[in-house]
Design a protein around this ligand. Structure first.
Ligand code: TPP
Length: 375
């Protein structure tokens, strides 16, 4: 399916408002929407639940219908607003959900997608959301027409569950992306990893950050690092780090967060500020985009993250985009009581040959617990 003609068919069927969180599997469609739909009609949301709420508000404000796009890993985030707001038994808000089906049974995928992929149809059934599976050869016009008619008739959300490789490459020009700083994420990760003490724990966020940290350890021959790779559960990295920091107050815990990730569940920041674990260093690698799934913009460059951190109660707040600044911030954060917050403005982009962890999540967890004496 061609993203541009798919989008036109949606428009022809009265779907002109788009919101969601980008997905690698929907990358080409997301690129097309980002490049061609005016910003009044396209909002990249902080999390998928917020996108369902935005589509609800759009319907209330216009009488028209919105489209919510997401990866199936975001299904958990939409369960509550779906069942308690948009459902036909509550407010009955029609909207079209376009869900990327990572981990579809029979299609090889990463461990964090396997279970979610297997239970996705059952979750939609349990939520009583009617859905149609679509793929490369789908007659998009017929399916969209049918889905839109059903969502109107039932007055509730209806979903399209999208198989891998369903969309062809979007041929149009993508959006020009702002550049955050001179360093790449990989360089920033390496600088931080080398600057902190050996017994510090690193909790790394979902996507390229975890993959790059993993590859850094392999490159350095560090077979038993004290790292936790948050391969799924995007947005919860800082809370995982806080949990370890509270439990091990004499050990420095460094959270390597992303801008998309920190925004997804930003409520964690004032909670960290209030609990004030002295040994927590929360670093946001801010590249202004969801780099790992196709570089769609976040609010990372429009929000003042350092002001948010100060207002949340972090006791040390730094910003930097260069090696010396990172080293100075990490040094101060290590010598002074925190919680500390460091915003690192970086450029987007990753190595073409970036691999994926060869060890399993369970091996990763067991190793960390062994290294910090909890297993
Ligand atoms: C709940 C959920 N929604 C969406 C995704 C898909 N996803 C994986 S990484 C990522 C982008 C992360 O962006 P950011 O935190 O800014 O880090 P970057 O990729 O830019 O390094 C997304 C949207 C996911 N894994 N989980």
């Amino acid at each position: 399916m061609q993203p541009a003609s798919f989008l036109k068919t949606l428009n022809d069927n009265g779907i002109t408002f788009f919101t969601g969180v980008p997905d690698s599997l929907l990358k080409e469609l997301c690129k097309c929407v980002t490049a061609t739909v005016p910003s009044t009609h396209h909002v990249i949301a902080a999390n998928e639940g917020a996108a369902v709420a935005l589509a609800t508000g759009y319907h209330l404000g216009t009488g028209k219908y919105g489209c919510v796009y997401l990866q199936n890993s975001g299904l958990g985030n939409i369960v509550n607003p779906l069942t308690s707001i948009a459902d036909a038994e509550v407010y009955g808000v029609p909207m079209l959900l376009i869900i990327g089906w990572r981990g579809e049974p029979g299609v090889k995928d990463e461990p964090q997608h396997v279970k979610q992929g297997r239970v996705t149809p059952a979750m939609l059934d349990a939520l009583e959301v009617p859905y149609v599976v679509i793929e490369q050869s789908t007659d998009a016009e017929a399916v969209i027409k049918q889905a839109v008619a059903m969502m109107k008739e039932k007055s509730q959300p209806v979903a399209l569950l999208v198989r891998k490789d369903a969309f062809e490459t979007f041929e149009g020009k993508g959006e020009a992306l702002p550049v955050g700083g001179p360093l790449s994420r990989e360089e920033a990760i390496e600088i931080v990893a080398e600057a902190i003490s050996e017994d510090s724990v690193i909790v790394a966020t979902t996507g390229f950050t975890s993959r790059e940290l993993y590859e850094y350890r392999v490159r350095k021959g560090q077979a038993e690092p004290k790292d936790f790779l948050t391969v799924g559960g995007m947005g919860h990295t800082a809370s995982i780090a806080m949990g370890i920091a509270i439990a091990q107050p004499n050990r420095q815990v460094v959270c390597l967060d992303g801008d998309g990730s920190v925004l997804m569940h930003m409520g964690a920041m004032p909670v960290i500020g209030k609990a004030a674990p002295k040994n927590l260093v929360h670093i946001v690698l801010n590249n202004g985009v969801h780099d790992s799934v196709g570089a769609q913009p976040t609010a990372g460059f429009s929000v003042d993250l350092q002001a948010v951190a100060k207002a949340s109660g972090y006791t040390l707040v730094f910003g930097s985009d260069g090696r010396e600044g990172i080293l100075a911030a990490v040094r101060q954060a290590s010598e002074t009581d925190g919680p500390a917050f460091i915003e690192l403005r970086i450029k987007h982009g990753a190595r073409k040959d970036l691999g994926r962890p060869k060890s399993t999540p369970l091996e990763n967890k067991n190793n960390l617990m062994k290294q910090i004496g909890t297993a």
